[in-house]
Write a protein of this length. Structure first.
Length: 161
């Protein structure tokens, strides 16, 4: 919802004011949220994890899965961004290359999560369960709906006039 409201108010603002206005209004909320989480959230880890050395804890992090996920999503978003903002054709080598690279990173992410990571970023078994799959699809469709409203051709025409 914030993106929709912000998008409608930005048309009358200049670029510097779009950057300067949100920070003073959101900084107190950010500081309050940080303080609230720092003081109230206390996640109890099992003794097995809590007593591990720092190097053992770092080995539990799925760096390969994280890197391939960022690569897949980043290349996909950059491909769509180049297509829409730079008005490149779908057949442009940069756009096609980024989409192919996104697909390659996506396949590598799936393989890393399935076969390599002892503690995966996104366990693939979650996608076979009904509730996590429904939540994921709901988030995807809601995001698509919100962004389509922001970037709808009528909004684009209003921005250029």
């Amino acid at each position: 919802m914030g993106l929709l409201h912000a998008g409608s108010g930005v048309f009358s603002l200049t670029a510097p004011s779009c950057v300067l206005i949100p920070f003073p209004t959101k900084a107190p909320i950010l500081i309050f949220s940080f303080a609230l989480v720092a003081t109230k959230v206390n996640i109890k880890l099992s003794d097995e994890i809590q007593n591990q050395s720092l190097s053992d804890k770092i080995r539990r992090i799925d760096f390969l899965g994280s890197f391939t996920l960022v690569g897949a999503v980043g290349c996909l978003l950059l491909g769509f961004s180049l297509k829409s903002t730079e008005e490149m054709e779908w057949s442009n080598p940069w756009v096609v290359g980024l989409f192919v690279l996104s697909l390659v990173f996506g396949v590598l992410f799936t393989l890393a999560e399935k076969y390599w990571a002892p503690y995966p970023v996104m366990p693939l078994r979650l996608m076979t369960q009904r509730t996590p799959l429904a939540v994921s699809l709901s988030n995807l469709l809601t995001s698509m709906s919100a962004f389509s409203m922001v970037s709808h051709p009528l909004n684009a025409a209003r921005r250029t006039s």
